[in-house]
Write a protein that binds this ligand. Structure first.
Ligand code: ADP
Length: 428
């Protein structure tokens, strides 16, 4: 990998201020989803090694919690600045291990840095409250305190910004962190750790460990020294982590699956709706939890929307994200590709028509064609499950009540996109 700053590519875990291999020398290979070539290896840490990292993070917490907000803010700001200075290298690492186009990767890195900057500023504003007491001559004073070691388990679709968003908040208030990044994208995490080291976090305050998700996840959730778990990933894994965290009654924050509806009302500006649908559906090849997964178009504008949308989807340039002009990269791995294949086949089996795409891409590997499906039945799997791929099913609706019922017919939350009738929808 050709980088300006070669120290950003690390094949070791970052623990207690040092770069470490697993004691037994076990490793996990990481591949480039666009070329299937091996990029490198990272250590496969055991539960026992995870425990020792948590012990050190807990020791580091005893002094980090006593630093002033200003001291923490200065280090965080430096970290953010270093990430911005190294944006080109960090984006290259991300595209190579994750597949998203370089421009999208750069956008994520800058977003990641902005989270750190935000929390560096907020560190100084962690105010408490004073509440009137029902007893005379007394007041209730609420102060905010750092909870301790925070375990962060992060996904592969935003390999930088999910780490900075979780950790910057925790570090800003005086907590220490142990991060387990997704095994598909550990190098973006380790690059950010290199910059955290340069920024000057004391040893043990910020740690990144790679290895078996199950083993490390179990230790992070069961270890009593970890006081909080922050997770972004699938609903299935979120449920497991909530259950495991119950034994030590941890504080938890979960950002799980999505199934965002996109509604095109009869009074929508269709060109604007097409532009919005393209952006919200095909970003990161459909692999974000806020990606549109179901498009509902009113019967009076259905055909026009479908035609214009399909025309634009045909123009999406698919390929290796390092190449100029690529808008859509590969899916992250084989199992993601298989899910997309299955959702499209199933939708077609129950009556959907393929307006464009509908098959694996001629590039092979993990590439799938940007796809639009029309006349999709509400019985199709894609109506109920998150696809996490470049497939847009378009459903027809007749009135507001019907579409609001359809849009809400999911146990998953996250955003609602719509075009037209904005005022009416505010209250739904
Ligand atoms: P996705 O389906 O998007 O890959 P996952 O929920 O499987 O989402 O992965 C999100 C993160 O959760 C990754 O870091 C992954 O390694 C981790 N993970 C997966 N399974 C477990 C588990 N049983 N315990 C803890 N972490 C897990």
């Amino acid at each position: 990998m050709e980088l300006n700053n070669k120290s950003l590519f690390r094949e070791k875990c970052f623990v207690n201020g040092l770069w470490a291999d697993s004691q037994k020398g076990n490793t996990i290979e990481v591949n480039n989803p666009a070329t299937m070539q091996i990029i490198g290896k990272v250590p496969n840490f055991s539960a026992e090694e995870t425990k020792s990292v948590i012990d050190n993070a807990d020791k580091a917490f005893q002094s980090w919690k006593n630093t002033t907000a200003k001291e923490r803010s200065i280090i965080l700001k430096k970290w953010s600045d270093l990430i911005i200075e190294n944006v080109d290298d960090l984006a290259k690492i991300m595209t190579i291990e994750q597949g998203k186009p370089l421009a999208e990767a750069k956008g994520e890195i800058l977003m990641g840095a902005s989270y750190i900057e935000f929390y560096a500023e907020e560190a100084k504003r962690v105010y408490g409250d004073i509440i009137p007491d029902p007893r005379p001559g007394k007041r209730i004073v609420i102060i905010k305190q750092p909870v301790g070691v925070v375990g962060a388990i992060t996904p592969w679709n935003f390999p930088n910004s999910m780490i900075t968003r979780k950790c910057a908040a925790a570090l800003a208030v005086g907590c220490t962190t142990v991060v387990k990044p997704a095994s598909q994208t550990p190098f973006s995490a380790l690059a950010v750790a290199e910059l955290a080291k340069v920024a000057g976090f004391p040893d043990g305050v910020f740690n990144i460990i790679t290895g078996s998700a199950k083993e490390i996840g179990m230790e992070l959730t069961k270890n009593p020294k970890v006081k909080k778990i922050s997770f972004t990933g699938s609903t299935e894994v979120g449920k497991i982590l909530m259950e495991q965290s119950a034994s030590t009654v941890k504080k938890i924050s979960m950002e799980l699956g999505g199934h965002a509806p996109f509604i095109v009302f009869e009074d929508a500006d269709i060109d604007e709706a097409v532009a919005g649908a393209l952006q919200s559906k095909f970003r990161n090849s459909g692999q974000t939890c806020i990606c549109t997964n179901r498009i509902f178009a009113h019967k009076t504008v259905y055909d026009t929307f479908l035609e214009k949308f399909t025309k634009e989807v045909k123009k999406i340039k698919v390929g290796n994200g390092l190449e100029e002009g690529i808008v859509s990269g590969p899916l992250i791995d084989k199992s993601s590709l298989e899910k997309v294949i299955d959702h499209v086949k199933d939708a077609v089996n129950v009556g959907a028509k393929i307006a464009v795409g509908g098959d694996v891409h001629p590039l092979g590997g993990n590439f799938y064609q940007p796809t639009v499906l029309s006349n999709v039945s509400t019985k199709a799997k894609i109506t109920f499950e998150e696809t996490f791929g470049p497939v847009a099913p378009v459903y027809k609706f007749s009135n507001d009540d019907e579409v609001i019922r359809m849009a809400n017919d999911t146990h998953m939350d996250l955003p609602l996109f719509y075009s037209g009738k904005r005022k009416n929808l505010e209250s739904c």
